[in-house]
Write a protein that binds this ligand. Structure first.
Ligand code: BES
Ligand code: MN
Ligand code: ZN
Length: 503
């Protein structure tokens, strides 16, 4: 999908060549001259249209308007949230084969956040999954032109939104693919593709290398599957090499049956989404390659299937993690923390400024926060604040959860250093407490995206979250807005003094 931003008023919008024209109408829309101004004034006066967010009025063949279809979309006060709702409703209504080029026009000036949401909502509402259909009906919408009163000051926000869309769509694509079309090996292939982009490198480790590293917890999960595990290492180098990276770790369970502690059959298919953390890491790298910020980022993806088998790990088995800590696997369905803990230990070698893992980790997090906010945990207040702010800025919300030591009590066992489950109460927190044991060497954040990464039911599909949050979080660490990887190659002294924000 192609995006453009242009300066235009309502008269230019009326003349604009497009299959459909969406006009975002704020409350208190004043008299504006011209055919569209008259039209909006008339329908508001007649009470046939309200500028409330989500309200639409669709018209066809309006005299004096070049686009055949005109949709008025109320956006109330024009907040980012309201614009998102308005564009989402309008683009959903226009999801028909003939609408290929769409013009979305702001009747009043919009702030950067509202503009970003218009781009992202248009992409989101028009997205279609096609990969495993035999007669795919691809997305009709191919071009979105954003019309704003003055485009010049909004270029950076627009570029950020377009890059976010690229990342979100890559994440959705891999998340939505069925388990047999998104194996660990295929995920590694997707990462290798990203490795061809400027400033991105990819390395993939297989079973032998992972065994040599001593990742006994990760290997235990992979034992029950015929599919070989993969450990994916992505690097984005936009700043000088000696600058400490931020490490993202994405849970990459390409199918979670629960293993020997097998899950019930209903909705088990949704466990193809158990690699949404991994998909979000791939998505973020796609966005970084587009934006080229002057930062360093490492992405780690431990990927395998969790299946029952004669060779599968059994409840009660004790394994040794890469950290040296022994783990009693009391429930093989608590496998995410097992693959993540070894990746968190591996992360130490980068001497990172911070490590954030992203995982569809617990059903308990879905019960706690539903699909609105991701669960967020952090070992420092500064990192928690950065993640929380990033979520707010990106409108990809998260909510901080506690890490009191008492929550770790249930993880005690007589037979190993730690057990992999701690009972039913506060399940999202005990999972985080387990992970925290492996993160002593750096500031650590954890996003439990079990409720937010995909939608179930009739609207089943990946959301691409939390790519927007992660991208905002990483960009907030760049030395100055607008600084690109290529500019960062200049000698350090010549660069704007990097007053780095502490995480
Ligand atoms: N991938 C699941 C978590 C999950 C479940 C996400 C449902 C979204 C919807 C994870 O591997 C898991 O099975 N967790 C168990 C942990 C339990 C055994 C302590 C859970 O949440 O039930
Ligand atoms: Mn599980
Ligand atoms: Zn899982």
């Amino acid at each position: 999908m192609n995006f453009e931003i242009k300066s235009m008023d309502l008269s230019a919008a009326a003349a604009g060549k497009a299959d459909a024209l969406v006009i975002l109408v704020p409350q208190g829309f004043g008299p504006v001259k011209g055919v569209l101004g008259d039209l909006i004034g008339a329908v508001l006066k007649a009470g046939d249209f309200e500028a409330k967010a989500g309200k639409l009025l669709a018209m066809y063949n309006v005299a004096g308007v070049a686009a055949k279809r005109v949709v008025l979309a109320g956006c109330e006060a024009g907040t980012a949230r309201q614009v998102r709702q308005a564009v989402s409703a309008a683009v959903t209504a226009l999801k028909v084969p003939n609408v290929r080029r769409l013009l979305v026009c702001f009747a009043a000036p919009a702030d950067d956040a509202a503009l970003r949401m218009a781009v992202q909502a248009a992409a989101d509402a028009s997205y279609v999954y096609t990969t495993t259909k035999s007669k795919p009906e691809p997305r009709a919408l191919a071009e979105v032109v954003l019309g704003v009163p003055d485009a010049a000051p909004s270029q950076a926000a627009f570029a950020l939104a377009v890059a976010t869309v690229r990342g979100v769509e890559l994440a959705k694509e891999w998340a939505n693919r069925p388990g047999n079309h998104a194996t660990p090996t295929l995920l590694a292939g997707a990462a290798r593709e990203l490795g061809k982009m400027a400033h991105v490198q990819c390395e993939v480790l297989g079973p032998r290398q992972v065994a040599k590293l001593g990742m006994g917890a990760f290997m235990a999960v992979a034992r029950g599957s015929e599919e070989e595990l993969r450990f994916i290492v992505l690097r984005y180098t936009g700043a000088p090499k000696n600058e400490a990276p931020t490490v993202l770790v994405g849970k990459g369970i390409t199918f979670d049956s629960g293993g020997i502690s097998i899950k019930p059959a209903p909705e088990m298919d949704e466990m193809k989404y158990d690699m949404c953390g991994a998909a979000s890491v791939l998505g973020v790298f796609r966005s970084l390659a587009e934006l080229k910020p002057a930062i360093n980022v490492v992405g780690l993806i431990p990927s395998c299937e969790n299946l029952p088998d004669g060779r599968a790990v059994k409840p009660g088995d004790v394994v040794t993690s890469m950290s040296g800590q022994t783990i009693e696997i009391l429930n093989t369905d608590a496998e995410g923390r097992l693959v993540l803990c070894d990746a968190l230990t591996y992360a130490e070698r980068f001497q990172p400024r911070a490590v954030v893992d992203i995982a569809t980790l617990t059903g308990a997090c879905v019960i706690a926060l539903g699909g609105v906010r991701s669960g967020m945990f952090a070992s420092t207040d500064a990192l928690a604040a950065s993640l929380s702010t990033a979520g707010d800025d990106a409108m990809d919300l998260c909510w901080r959860m506690p890490l009191d030591e008492e929550y770790a009590d249930g993880l005690k066992t007589h037979f190993a250093d730690v057990a992999n489950v701690g009972g039913r109460p506060a399940g999202a927190i005990t999972a985080a407490k387990y992970l925290q044991r492996f993160t002593a060497k750096y500031p650590w954040g954890h996003l439990d995206i079990a409720g937010t990464a995909w939608k179930g039911g009739a609207a089943k599909g990946a959301t691409g979250r939390p790519v927007p949050l992660l991208l905002h979080f990483l960009l907030a660490q760049a030395p100055a807005q607008g600084t690109t990887a290529d500019a960062a190659k200049a000698p350090a002294g010549k660069r704007a003094s990097a007053a780095r924000r502490k995480v």
